[in-house]
Write a protein that binds this ligand. Sequence first.
Ligand code: MOS
Length: 753
Amino acid sequence: MGALLGTPLSRVEGAAKVTGTAIYASDPPLPGAEGGPAQAALVTSAIARGRITGFDLSAAQRVPGLLAVFTHRDFAGAVAPVPHLMAGGYVNSGHRPLESDEIAYAGQIVALVVAETTEAADEAAAAVRVAYEAAPAAAGFDSPGAETVKLKDLKAHHEDIRTGNAEAALAASAHRIEARYETPTQHHNPIELFTTRCAWDGDRLTVHEPTRYVGAVQHGLAAQLGLDPAKVRVVSGLLGGHFGSKFALSQHTALVALAARRLERPVSLVPTRRQCFTIANYRPESRHAIHLGADGDGRLTALVHEAEVVTSRFDAFAMEGADVTASLYACPAIRTEERAVRVDRNTPGPMRAPPEVPYLFALESAIDEMAWKLGLDPIELRRRNDTAKDPVSGKPFSSRPLMACFDAGAKAFGWARRVPRPGALRDGPWQIGLGCAASVRPVKIAAATMRVRLAADGSAEIATAHHEIGNGITTLLAMGAADWLGVAVDKVQVRLGDTALPPAGISGGSSTTTCLMNALALGCRQVSRRLADAATAPGAPLAGRPPESLRLTSGTLAGPDGPGLPLAEAVRLVDPQAVEILAEFAPQGGKPDALDALRKGHIGLTLPDDALSWAFGAQFAEVHVHAQTGEIRVPRLTGAFAAGWVLNPLTALSQLKGGMIWGLGSALLEETVRDGPTYRNPDLAEYLVPTCADVGTIEALIVPDPDERVNPLGLKGLGELGVIGVNAAIANAVYHATSHRRRSLPIRVEDMI
Ligand code: MOS
């Protein structure tokens, strides 16, 4: 048993996944469901604003097997209001469907139909006739009635940034770039839909729902329905994808629970793909104005970043990201202003690297534009503006390997063959361009609790109510337990995704590895210490040895001096079966009540106080644009990433490459097309994501980044790093290939000719 952490290991649930035996969150049979659960289907609103004036249920009621059609007439007043998760509550949308006759957005839930079979539920749902009185709806940035608010008026903690006098510095700059950029609405589209299955056992409720925060679903549902949280159990096994969705409590969860209670029978809801576009969250469209000033040496003298994002009318939530763009490069004069535009749509939500994907598209495109203006290599421009400290707060970066990423990436990619002239490289009809961009993401961490059990037979169990979202955390926990408890990795059982386990937080913000592995290290240390104390007590086999010198390694409790004690004997000194502890990890410098907040299902992601800790990357793209048709191909993407200690290079590189492919989609394919208030492509036939035919060579490299300051293990997390900046690298390469600057995503064939 050598050290596993830091070495590549296939994910422990991989074989089950690829052979079809893995149990996903939507899969487990419902408890107590004799004759099977009743099946539910949703009816969603055809109008975007107004009210319901009546229902005609006669056709639905003729469908054999129909059990009930629930509308606001049945459920009004049954679901108490609960704030958004990011505003101190639990929900991912403050809108409560079936609360009243009011329609707040297109595609909101207006009825829940329950029947003996899925087919009957679908047929009856399709037969529900709803009469509406429509009112004008504002659905986008420029719609009449859209309300623009300063972000600081929406979110109490938000501050726009003012460093120096950016306007004066701009006016005095030798070189200036002023440009506007736009990014589209996107939907997460995990293969596993937003299912909910509820079963009551007396006053106890069990909910099976794919989610990345079982605690928020538990406590949110309890608050909505007036239940004791201890009587609500939420189970979420392996997730069939989320990409940032499946966070917090969904609007439909309480409705399914209420239906199950009224019908005295478990109820299962599988919404349609189309409905998942409106009952869940989305990445909001964004608009950016970037003004950059530079001196004759290519040093930035001014940065202005004004950004607007869409949000709903009913939540104090909107994406924000100018804190990252303002702190990326050295610059003496910075001004940011962020605004939210409230429209008649559901609340947006986080989608992988929520702010960085759109905000860095804008900044990293503008930096490229400045490089061309100055006649400088864009990597050289970044080097001249590299900084070891935050230009806004003056705090140091805990590590700053940005240029190391550019250097490693440039070498692997072959950046040296770039000809510094747009349109200079050609292969027959194909115009060839190379582009690059930075990827950065602040490191987040939260509290977590975890049960660590080490048995005398050399097996171990790790249990925490966190989640395997597909990132490989199960594997990392097994590897860590094997290393730190001195047992075989296949003897470690990892249990996740169930509120019956010790509470942990949201699997989000790329924080899963930083939280859980630091919690595991603490738990294993405590187990080891418990054994060492017992083994060194007077009269015990290792009496007289200092307990802190002993470690669990290869089935033995041993120290540098003298013989060790076999693990089985050491465990039996404490308990005949096993030693078990509950580790309670709270990050240094975090809020004092972090563990309490966690036990109540609140969100507790924190950033370090005394330094900026970021993960870094450099993205490189080779783009071919067909001179006649405008077709854009991306034969090659290279990314070099620095994210602290990388615990499993295999799962890390898989995540990074997956993110890069998603970045290709962000640049060229992904967009939810809106026609007024309605989404026009709400299915996987017309919502485009990269397929194998779109993807060329994807190469990801890991750049060493020892960072002892960021957290005890030096972990940064890299779940979202891979997608960031790819869109800008591709847009910059399109410019290099064609001399056409494209500032609005996605870049399509029709934009190129
Ligand atoms: Mo991420 S979308 O902050 O899990």
